[in-house]
Design a protein around this ligand. Structure first.
Ligand SMILES: [Zn+2]
Length: 272
């Protein structure tokens, strides 16, 4: 599933090219996760502004016509194309502009494109309302993390995955961050000490930052808007490495299931 780094890499791959373009047409394929919520005719002629990202959502502002909130779901990818190839079976949203075609390809159709008058107007405001801080927001630090985890009995891995404290620590990055911080993923969240919260907040930023530099992951079939595969999986310390030796201590990496998601960790390096 595309995670925050992939979404940010996608944003960077087309934001400059599409800014200032005018909408010349819109084509909808099969239904996505949520309806568009606007008559496409209304958007014709409007100019695309600066594409922003919040969590795993992209916001495409349209001058005088609100904007489009886009989500890649489980299997989506966005590409901004110079040409206008005929839509394939999995191409369910096309935004035609005078500078090219923005196309959402999404085989599983959990992705979405939703219109709203503004970022703080529904349905967009509701969709974004429960999101935690951005990992590179200066307010996200050990103190914030420690306070937010206080009293939570859920395992620390699942508290990170929930996304209501900090966004971006999806399954891969949660596993990698906990390894980097030396924390057992099963530790009850509320028991994380303040010094360890400091280390974990720093690890989350570092792991997500590394993934961004590497162009996102290729653990599924992610491609950015130019069709370039990311390379973060080459650097994974624990994710997807069950039974392989820990790169730090040589102990076999373990896999367990938490909340129906696989967790990978080193039973020696990561402590309760
Ligand atoms: Zn180890």
């Amino acid at each position: 599933m595309p995670e925050l780094p992939e979404v940010e890499v996608t944003r960077r791959s087309f934001a400059a090219a599409i800014q200032g373009a005018r909408v010349t047409g819109l084509r909808l394929g099969k239904p996505l996760r949520w309806p568009l919520g606007v008559d496409p005719e209304v958007l014709l002629g409007s100019q695309v502004g600066s594409v922003q990202r919040r969590g795993k959502y992209l916001w495409l502002p349209l001058e005088n016509s609100g904007g489009l909130l886009m989500h890649l779901g489980m299997s989506g990818s966005l590409a901004f194309l110079d040409a206008t190839p005929a839509p394939g079976a999995h191409d369910h949203f096309d935004l035609h502009t005078d500078r090219g075609l923005l196309r959402l390809t999404d085989p599983r159709r959990f992705g979405a494109v939703v219109w709203a008058e503004a970022l703080d107007a529904d349905p967009v405001a509701t969709l974004l309302g429960g999101l935690g801080l951005e990992p590179f927001d200066e307010r996200f630090d050990g103190a914030h993390l420690h306070a937010a985890l206080s009293g939570r009995r859920v395992a620390i891995k699942q508290a990170l995955l929930a996304g209501d404290i900090v966004v971006g620590a999806g399954n891969i990055y949660a596993c990698e961050s906990l390894f980097m911080a030396g924390i057992d993923p099963r530790l009850p969240a509320g028991k994380l000490s303040r010094p360890r919260a400091d280390r974990l907040a720093a690890a989350v930023r570092q792991v997500i930052g590394q993934a961004l530099e590497a162009g996102g992951t290729t653990l599924r079939d992610f491609r950015d808007a130019h069709g370039v595969a990311g390379s973060f999986q080459m650097q994974a310390q624990v994710y997807g490495r069950e039974g392989e030796p820990c790169r730090r201590c040589g102990t076999a990496i373990r896999r367990i299931v938490q909340g129906q998601r696989s967790t990978f960790f080193c039973p020696s390096c990561q402590k309760r």
